[in-house]
Design a protein around this ligand. Structure first.
Ligand SMILES: NC(=O)c1ccc[n+]([C@@H]2O[C@H](COP(=O)([O-])OP(=O)(O)OC[C@H]3O[C@@H](n4cnc5c(N)ncnc54)[C@H](O)[C@@H]3O)[C@@H](O)[C@H]2O)c1
Ligand SMILES: [Zn+2]
Length: 343
């Protein structure tokens, strides 16, 4: 097991790589820990929860909401949880987001850690301290920034993850490679979901590299002034597409990444769009759906990353080197329509 500790503004997070969930008792005192998981993870990994105090929530984004928070809090109270209790979220981004949120408000904040179980959870959602819930149609509208005390990475848990969730997670992996790490991009080109799934060592190493990329960005800019915005690569258009067409997140991001590459060609003379779209397809991600840009632009106009009429767009100068460019909305619309016409 490899251990690495990162310092943030107010706290530290220790990452345990190549860890084994079966041995989590060596890290935390079971009597003083309460685990939160969802129904799918519990069904697949029941044996690990024997003898633990745990709370199970239903699986899915629609349960990352306040009434589930209330139910969790009721159960914490019945378990007698106090400030000496550590709350541990074992699951995908839904479980870790809600766990971090509950742990931040219960008794004004108790210690917490995560055991992420999805690719997206491992490389993205568990990292960076953003924890929150949805309200109605507004995703992540309520929340806090508070770093977990530890992150516990056991890639063997991924064996039960449905293949469409692997695909979703790889959209963020490809995003990380595109914005920060050309050699990782090259490694991904030589592999596939199938090859990583069979090779625990390569998978574990891939997860570690992605954790390091996101953590380095968050450490530079914990409260999202500048550097952290790079993580929005593919997400400006992606979120709008997700919103209009109700696509899986990774699919929408993939479409957003392609559009960002095409805008990068136009504005920064970026030359590798074909490699990026090739890689997205290699990992089962779509690069084209008939998008009604009128509707998508309408949603983008409401994007919280927009300041006045300028959209801060993440573009690529080259593979591994992303920059943020302010683009006036009127110009962005022209660019998007010309992309749509060229399709
Ligand atoms: N906090 C952040 O910075 C951040 C960043 C990105 C995403 N997110 C949030 O993360 C969430 C998405 O995360 P996600 O894609 O992991 O979704 P998820 O938690 O809903 O997991 C996806 C599905 O896979 C199942 N699952 C997870 N791990 C499994 C396993 N090992 N075996 C079998 N089934 C498993 C879950 O039960 C669920 O059905 C969204 O709510 C998003 O807002 C947060
Ligand atoms: Zn994303």
């Amino acid at each position: 097991m490899l251990k690495k500790t990162f310092s943030f503004s107010a706290s530290r997070t220790t990452c345990y790589f190549d860890a084994s969930f079966a041995n989590i008792g060596n890290l935390v005192e079971k009597d003083r820990s309460i685990f939160i998981t969802d129904q799918h993870i519990y069904d697949h990994h029941k044996k690990y929860f024997k003898g633990l105090k745990f709370i199970q929530i239903p699986a899915g984004e629609s349960f990352k909401v306040q009434y589930i928070v209330d139910q969790i809090i009721d159960q914490l109270i019945s378990f007698g949880a106090d400030r000496q209790t550590t709350i541990i979220g074992v699951g995908g981004g839904v479980v870790t987001d809600i766990t971090g949120y509950v742990a931040s408000i219960y008794m004004r904040g108790v210690p917490f850690g995560f055991v992420p179980t999805s690719i997206l959870g491992m490389v993205d959602a568990s990292i960076g301290g953003k924890n929150g819930i949805d309200i109605g149609n507004y995703k992540n509208m309520i929340g806090v920034i508070r770093q977990p005390g530890f992150l516990f990475y056991d890639v063997s848990l991924l064996q039960s993850l449905p293949v469409e969730e692997w695909v979703n997670g790889y959209a963020e992996v490809i995003k990380h490679a595109a914005i920060k790490d050309a050699s990782l991009f090259h490694e991904l080109e030589k592999n596939s979901i199938h090859s990583y799934r069979k090779n625990k060592k390569a998978l574990s190493e891939l997860i570690r590299k992605n954790v390091m990329i996101k953590t380095a960005i968050v450490k530079q800019d914990e409260f999202e002034g500048n550097e952290r915005r790079l993580l929005n690569f593919g997400h400006t258009l992606g979120h709008a597409v997700e919103n209009v067409y109700h696509l899986p997140h990774g699919h929408a991001i993939s479409i957003g990444i392609k559009a960002a590459c095409l805008i990068s060609e136009e504005m920064l003379n970026f030359k590798e769009t074909a490699r990026v779209t090739g890689l997205l397809q290699q990992y089962g991600l779509p690069i084209d759906i008939p998008v009604d840009f009128g509707k998508v632009i309408e949603i983008m106009r409401m994007d919280k990353k927009k300041t006045r009429d300028i959209m801060n767009y993440v573009l690529l100068e080259k593979l591994g080197k992303a920059v943020i460019k302010p683009i006036p909305m009127s110009h962005l619309e022209k660019l998007l329509y010309s992309i749509a016409r060229a399709r």
